[in-house]
Ligand binder design. Structure first.
Ligand code: ZN
Length: 361
């Protein structure tokens, strides 16, 4: 992300801070300074800023480590004033998994808030009420409120907040994925407009938040508009699942047989349940002309081939197919071959999506 500085790495994930995060830190710092002009208060203010920062990082790692449970890597974590973004390599395959990944962030803040509430409750009885010290009640109480704020704010059902993804995931269990995204993005922009309107009259900080929400929702909405046929659709929803495979010992004559029986052009080659190669039609034709039909598939197949994960996005598959100038990519899920994706079938899928889009009221 532009305007970000690298802070370090945790769990193998680089952590960046967006420069606008400094605005939030400055805002907190300045308001602290204005309220009480002592050194102790300034120190508490700095500690407080660091504590918020730590809670936001933990929130993001809630997402990242939950995603890791589903085998999804996180490219980086970037801290923004509205809570930060964990950039996942891909979205979870199932709506329920997306739901869990989205909820894991706010859940971290809920856990922190609950822990602080319990600790404050226990120690509150021991310490005299009303005693205001730097490291005592007020600091932790403020941190408690910040965590409640972070949890609630991130659950606002608008992109780019977690709530937007939660909403989309819930809608996606009932509706088609692009439709769910579209509805979630529209709700997000409506909310941003309301935030902005309220912010204009009551709180400038809300205006600032509205700006971020509007941008996030607009990005999501334009992605849906521009790539309504492909955007946000996992490969698993469009791949060919009825296909034929060959074994390395098969002859080219058998490959011709398999080609003529169906409409498949390229064949995955499987040896003891492992994908070992792909027999491309162009290679088959060339080998037939040069060496005849008795040659084994193992001698002709490509050993380096494109694979995609079932939960990767169709867009990614299309880009990969275009960049390798090949017709077929193998689709795997947890190391097992589960399907094929070809230029032809992506084209068909887009045509159907387009037709379905027109039939909507
Ligand atoms: Zn989050």
């Amino acid at each position: 992300m532009k305007w970000s500085i690298r802070l370090g790495t945790a769990f193998g994930i680089p952590v960046f801070m967006h420069l606008t995060f400094l605005l939030l830190l400055a805002w907190v710092g300045i308001s602290h300074w204005i309220q009480s002009k002592s050194l102790d208060a300034a120190f508490a203010g700095i500690l407080f800023v660091i504590a918020i920062f730590a809670c936001v990082v933990l929130h993001e790692f809630g997402h990242a480590l939950t995603a890791r449970r589903y085998g999804i890597k996180t490219r980086d974590v970037t801290l923004l004033p509205i809570g930060g973004v964990a950039r996942l390599e891909r979205m979870p395959e199932k709506p329920l998994e997306e739901l869990r990944v989205a909820l894991a962030g706010p859940a971290v803040n809920v856990v922190i808030a609950a822990a602080l509430a319990v600790w404050l409750g226990l120690t509150g009885r021991m310490e005299p009420v009303g005693r205001l010290s730097v490291t005592g009640g007020p600091f932790l109480q403020q941190l408690l409120s910040v965590n409640i704020f972070l949890a609630l704010f991130n659950l606002v059902p608008a992109f780019p907040m977690d709530g937007g993804r939660v909403l989309r995931a819930i809608l996606a269990t009932r509706l088609e994925y692009t439709r769910a995204t579209h509805i979630a993005a529209t709700i997000g922009q409506t909310l941003a407009f309301i935030f902005g309107f309220i912010g204009l009259f009551y709180n400038p900080f809300l205006l600032f938040i509205a700006f971020f929400v509007w941008i996030g929702a607009a990005q999501e909405a334009s992605m849906v508009q521009m790539k309504s046929s492909l955007g946000g659709i996992p490969i698993s929803r469009a791949m060919i699942t009825e296909f034929h495979s060959l074994s390395p010992e098969n002859t080219l004559a058998e490959a011709i047989d398999a080609t003529l029986k169906g409409s498949q052009k390229d064949f995955p080659v499987i040896d003891q349940e492992k994908i070992v190669g792909v027999l491309m039609q162009k290679d088959l034709l060339r080998a037939l002309a040069q060496r005849g039909p008795g040659v084994s598939v193992a001698d002709v197949m490509q050993r380096e081939f494109e694979t995609a994960d079932a939960s990767e996005m169709l867009e990614t598959a299309l880009q990969r197919l275009a960049s390798c100038a090949c017709n077929t990519a193998l689709v795997a899920s947890r190391g097992q071959l589960v399907g094929l994706v070809t230029m032809d079938n992506i084209g068909e899928f887009m045509a159907f999506q387009g037709a379905l889009g027109k039939s909507r009221p």
